[in-house]
Design a binder for this molecule. Structure first.
Ligand code: C2E
Ligand code: MG
Ligand code: MG
Length: 478
């Protein structure tokens, strides 16, 4: 074989030599493969750093950007700001108009935010309905406030969500930073300020400041103490009597949670239930309260076989898939009669997802326990829900009963709630009875049962036991 004249012997398994054309084709193919690969890599990088729905930067990229912004602020001695923004009542849009509408709203908000900032700034979606804006080279507090105002104005314009005009507003937390700031602190503090804006009534912004710093520190301390308190079994139940209005005989008790915090004393639920919900330990609190109450019930029923125990359920609990199983397990373990157990659920919870909650409540009734709507009349009372939901008892809110004039605040409302409840076959319990005049008025309206300081304050279990023993003796002797 001569090299010069390209003569090849055909050996089996060896390919013939490529001609110039096929070499070219191969080169083109390899080239385009390389481009495809690069494009795919770019795409992957984009996907890893951007939110797929809105195309905005995601959390990962934002954290990176904030870190670089802090560095630049150090070099150039400038200031920066981070805004965390959460759409108000987004869940309502999502639930009432559907997820497609929810997505549509998020995209429009993303658009508005992207248009409201300068090229040096960054907008990111942090997940859910939460967005973050990073502002660099912030000249002054006044300029920052102007920018925040502008964002707020832009967001407040109504949005057309698939034919429905929705009002949009957001709660924002703003924190200023400089070259010395830590990325973690900036994000955490902006979040604290946002939380404050939400709790102050939404549709507003709050600037993080020293006072908020102290508030956040106090809250962190409470969170840690509450976690530890649960480990150390510092949760206690107090019991408040519920009486038959006609006779004022005690027919049952409501278990009310207290935290026996070392060095502080008994802390009321207003100061720790919210925190427990945020920490994700509310299920544990709910289960312990139900366990304690169910054990009490088995003891008390030895003296009075008709006695009931009411336990409060936080809005978060029924949403959990294994809620009903957990209740069943506690009933089984404590041996409590299900028909003596009443679970109280606040009215506002029912609106969240009436259908799913309705199924849970029906399943609870299937276990033999009864369901009460607590604080009825305060929230989104809807007659429709009342008719459709599997409920046994209505507890009218204290606001209807207790008033400065020591009588009923609004007798017509109480009367119509009572009539409606009775028409639906529900038992009515009036809460917050403090005076004999209120008791008389409620009796006249035909309300079945009542609860309030007039009959007894929340008290430790042994006081409740003493009362039941007395009552059963006087019944036996009378
Ligand atoms: P609630 O279930 O509506 O409980 C009634 C509240 O009204 C109790 O407050 C009780 O002490 C108070 N109260 C009763 N009678 C009167 C009265 O005549 N006048 C006045 N001014 N107040 C009266 P408390 O114990 O501070 O509980 C507040 C709320 O905390 C409860 O409202 C309930 O929603 C929640 N809560 C209590 N225990 C638990 C629990 O174990 N789990 C959950 N998730 N929430 C609980
Ligand atoms: Mg209650
Ligand atoms: Mg209540």
């Amino acid at each position: 074989m001569a090299i010069g004249d390209f003569e090849w012997t055909l050996t089996p398994g060896v390919e013939p030599p490529p001609d110039a054309d096929s070499v070219l084709r191969l080169a083109v193919r390899l080239g385009s493969l390389a481009i495809d690969r690069q494009l795919a890599a770019d795409r992957m990088l984009f996907q890893a750093t951007h939110d797929s729905l809105t195309g905005l930067s995601n959390r990962t990229l934002l954290v990176d950007r904030v870190a670089s912004a802090v560095q630049r602020a150090r070099v150039h001695d400038t200031r920066l700001a981070v805004i965390i923004l959460d759409i108000d009542r987004f869940k309502v849009v999502n639930d009432s108009l559907g997820h497609g509408a929810g997505d549509h709203l998020l995209i429009q908000v993303a658009d508005r935010l992207a248009r409201s900032i300068r090229a040096v700034d960054t907008v990111a979606r942090f997940g859910g309905d939460e967005f973050v804006v990073l502002l660099e080279e912030v000249a002054s507090r006044a300029q920052l406030e102007q920018t925040v105002d502008r964002i707020q104005q832009l967001l407040r314009r109504p949005v057309d969500v698939e034919g429905t005009i929705a009002d949009v507003s957001a709660s924002m937390g703003v924190v200023e930073g400089d070259g010395q700031s830590s990325v973690d602190d900036l994000l955490k503090n902006a979040d604290v300020a946002m939380y404050r804006a939400k709790t102050a009534g939404r549709n507003r912004y709050e600037m993080f400041d020293q006072e908020m710093q102290e508030w956040a520190a106090h809250r962190h301390e409470t969170e840690a103490a509450l976690r530890l308190g649960l480990e150390r079994d510092e949760l206690v139940a107090l019991y408040q009597p519920i009486v038959e209005l006609g006779t004022t005989r005690v027919k049952g008790f409501e278990a009310l949670a207290r935290w026996d915090r070392p060095g502080v004393g008994l802390v009321g639920p207003a100061e720790f239930i919210d925190i427990a919900e945020d920490l994700g330990v509310i299920d544990e609190i709910g289960q312990r309260m139900l366990g304690a109450a169910a054990r009490q019930l088995t003891v008390w029923r030895l003296f009075d076989a008709g006695l009931t125990i009411s336990v409060n359920v936080s809005g978060r609990e029924p949403a959990r898939p294994d809620f009903v199983t957990a209740v069943a397990a506690i009933l089984e373990e404590t041996g409590a009669d299900p028909d003596g157990v009443i679970l109280e659920i606040t009215e506002s919870v029912l609106l969240d997802d009436a259908e799913a909650i309705g199924e849970r409540l029906a399943a609870l009734q299937g276990l033999g326990v009864r369901v009460a709507i607590d604080d009825f009349g305060t929230g989104y009372s809807s007659l429709r829900y009342l008719r459709e939901l599997p409920v046994d008892i209505l507890k009218t809110d204290r606001a209807f009963i207790s008033a400065d004039n020591a009588e009923l605040h609004d007798p017509t409302i109480v009367a119509s709630v009572t009539d409606l409840g009775h028409a639906l076959g529900l038992e009515i319990v009036a809460e917050g009875i403090e005076t004999p005049a209120q008791l008389d008025a409620l009796r006249t309206l035909g309300i079945d049962s009542g609860q309030g300081y007039l009959f007894g304050r929340p008290a430790p279990a042994d006081e409740a036991t003493a009362h039941i023993v007395d009552q059963s003796h006087s019944r036996a002797s009378g």
